[in-house]
Design a protein around this ligand. Structure first.
Ligand code: 5GP
Ligand code: ZN
Length: 114
């Protein structure tokens, strides 16, 4: 837990979020500013600023959770595709420095810019 980290606060329930999946290691919530309908973000419960700080154990589990949620999203949202996106560093577009993975459902003919 890092005191001034917004995603640590969300993980602890200090800031509300629309959670769509949760287990001991991860919370998955809807993005507050969605790029598309159903855009979700996977947050590890352990704070790591980015991929370079992520523990191996969390890295191993992360893609499994991404796949589980992507499958569920495909069924529920009937999207035509899903982008799995993860930004590291300001230059790469990272704005929240608690590692997270975006799940961005895509719909045929949409105009999402990522
Ligand atoms: P980044 O640009 O760092 O890869 O992505 C950060 C994402 O977190 C953005 O898509 C932004 O909309 C989302 N976000 C930032 N603050 C909050 C928040 O308080 N709640 C939720 N649900 N999403 C947030
Ligand atoms: Zn954090």
């Amino acid at each position: 837990m890092v005191d001034d980290c917004i995603f640590c606060k969300i993980n602890k329930g200090e800031i509300p979020s629309t959670t769509i999946y949760e287990d001991d290691d991860f919370k998955v919530m809807l993005d507050i500013n969605p790029a598309s309908r159903g855009h979700a973000v996977i947050l590890p419960k352990n704070h790591a600023a980015d991929l370079f700080e992520l523990e191996d154990e969390d890295a191993e589990k992360l893609f499994k959770v991404a796949r589980k949620c992507a499958k569920a999203m495909k069924e529920v949202l009937h999207c035509d595709g899903i982008n799995v996106l993860q930004n590291n560093g300001e230059a790469a577009g990272q704005t929240v420095f608690h590692l997270h993975v975006h799940l961005i459902p895509r719909y045929k003919g949409d105009t999402v810019n990522i």
